[in-house]
Design a protein around this ligand. Structure first.
Ligand code: HEM
Length: 153
């Protein structure tokens, strides 16, 4: 993207600090994406309206608002800053990484939507499918890390 070319290197000596912060918030984000759907598996086993059901709803809500949403926003902002700094837009590894991170963000949308269903007392999918959905962030994370570290293309 040529209009960004004048910003290449704009982070200067802060580049590695921004990258360190990016990776730290990536860890918070992915930890949240691992834990909340794992909560859902335990939550589904409770009776809608019970005290246990309400306790899970509160835990999930806290994890989403304190960890998931802020960490996701910070990862995106710092990641895009790094992309501009490196002039990475248009490079193969960066485009592929962006596509996978969009999928990961979409996964977070699903996590939020499923939480709202649980809050209404719906157990929309079977435990087995929920366990399969739990694998999604791990797989995407592995692919994203290979893209950003190996930069195979
Ligand atoms: C949200 C959008 C994201 C953008 C725009 C983005 C962009 C970037 C950029 C441009 C770099 C610098 C690469 C370099 O210095 O060579 C970077 C580093 C890194 N990113 Fe992201 N990233 C995003 C999300 C993620 C996610 C979700 C993960 C992991 C699941 C991740 C893992 C990493 C790692 C491990 C590094 C350090 C790589 C190194 O050692 O150089 N990023 N990111």
């Amino acid at each position: 993207m040529s209009f960004l070319s004048s910003y290449v290197g704009f982070l200067g000596a802060a580049y590695l600090w921004v990258k360190a912060a990016h990776v730290t918030f990536v860890i918070f984000w992915i930890a949240g994406l691992f834990i909340v759907p794992r909560y859902y598996i335990h939550h589904q086993a409770t009776t809608p309206g019970s005290a246990e059901d309400r306790a899970w709803l509160q835990r999930e809500d806290r994890a989403r608002t304190i960890i998931l949403t802020p960490a996701m926003i910070i990862v995106w902002v710092l990641g895009l800053m790094l992309g501009v700094h490196l002039g990475a837009f248009g490079q193969g590894w960066f485009s592929a990484k962006l596509a996978l991170v969009v999928l990961l963000t979409g996964y977070q949308g699903w996590v939020g939507a499923y939480g709202r269903k649980l809050a209404k007392g719906h157990r929309a999918i079977e435990d087995k499918q929920l366990r399969l959905m739990n694998e999604v962030p791990g797989i995407l994370t592995a692919l994203i890390v290979v893209l950003v570290i190996v930069k195979p293309f």
